[in-house]
Design a protein. Structure first.
Length: 102
């Protein structure tokens, strides 16, 4: 086993222990806690790489892979107008006198 693998194993164990205490912390706060508690010098980038390999994420992080398509329309299209443009930068105008108001 190389020294790097040994250091990675110790860093992963420390990260898992800290993440178990506070799952809301991200890799930046985990790196600070590792240096403060165990004295292992760990850069944020190193901790980020190991956390992403082990799938250790903050519980407040964005959920990935939720790019869903829009659902069906909320209501039926009763007007059934076609709003496609005939040419670029086309201006549409309407006469508002046909709409009665109180």
């Amino acid at each position: 086993m190389s020294q790097r693998d040994w250091d990675n194993a110790h860093l992963i164990n420390a990260t898992v222990a800290i993440h178990g205490d506070g799952p809301g912390f991200g890799y930046r706060l985990n790196a600070d806690e590792i240096e403060a508690e165990s004295g292992i010098p760990a850069s944020e980038r190193w901790v980020w790489r190991l956390c992403s390999q082990r799938r250790i994420w903050s519980s407040f992080s964005k959920k990935r892979g939720l790019n869903r398509k829009a659902g069906p329309p909320v209501h039926d299209d009763v007007v059934q107008r076609d709003f496609t443009v005939q040419r670029a930068n086309q201006l549409w105008l309407t006469d508002i006198t046909e709409h009665w108001t109180a």
